[in-house]
Ligand binder design. Structure first.
Ligand SMILES: [Zn+2]
Length: 229
């Protein structure tokens, strides 16, 4: 059932984990230095009627918005949701992928990407595992909420049970591999936050449970800190 459901989900090719925003890939170095404030980016035209927009605080609001001078349409910019999946095989290894697409080509991560309309965060995380590694994963629940506040992103990292051993590379991953904790390439991970998530996962597993945790990432606090809710 899971396999057939996943097969129906469309492939997007998006796997920007993390810190690089859609449509702004050129010139960005990976990592937290890619952060910038969403509000400083210009929206020039109304997405409803095509006229110009002004940037000001509308009556009754408390933040500046892009407001169309002709039709009054307001274009809100709010954080994007990104989903990720830490998939565990029956023998305890977890699924890792070597990235085939920017940013950080050739570095390792677990599957993650933008949440799509019409799917739950667990479904989206499982879809990313399918897209990046042909992995059929049963979502087990939310594990980590990462508030990347300067990137205007919220990461919803799930845990999952791997339901297939037929993993293989994809257009998004040049290699896919199940790894024990002592096989994780800590020096070749795509982003520092990936390592923090994985270390926390193995630590919680050893301690016997997976409380839902939060992590805050800012552009001055590279590593962030992890707290249980
Ligand atoms: Zn308009």
């Amino acid at each position: 059932v899971i396999e057939s459901e996943l097969a129906q989900l469309r492939t997007t090719g998006v796997g920007d984990w993390p810190f690089v925003r859609s449509g702004r890939l050129s010139g960005h170095r990976p990592g937290l230095s890619a952060y910038s404030s969403e509000s400083s980016e210009a929206i020039r035209f109304c997405n409803h009627c095509g006229n110009q927009v002004d940037f000001y605080v509308p009556a009754g609001d408390h933040l500046p918005r892009h407001v169309c001078v002709a039709c009054g349409n307001v274009q809100y910019r709010n954080p994007k949701a990104i989903v990720g999946m830490i998939s565990e095989a029956p023998d305890g290894r977890i699924l890792m992928c070597k990235r085939a697409i920017p940013p950080r080509v050739g570095f390792w991560t677990f599957p993650a990407g933008y949440l799509e309309n019409g799917e739950t965060s667990g479904q989206g995380a499982a879809r990313e595992a399918m897209e990046e590694a042909h992995a059929v994963v049963e979502p087990l629940g939310l594990y980590l909420v990462i508030n990347a506040i300067d990137a205007n992103q919220v990461y919803l990292i799930h845990r999952g049970r791997l339901r297939t051993s037929a993993l293989r590379p994809t257009p998004e991953s040049v290699e896919v591999e199940l790894m024990r904790e002592d096989r994780i390439p800590w020096g070749a991970l795509a982003f520092p936050a990936i390592g923090r998530c994985i270390r926390q996962y193995f630590g919680d597993r050893q301690a016997g449970g997976f409380p839902v945790r939060t992590m805050v990432l800012t552009n001055v606090q590279h590593a962030g800190s992890i707290h249980a809710f």
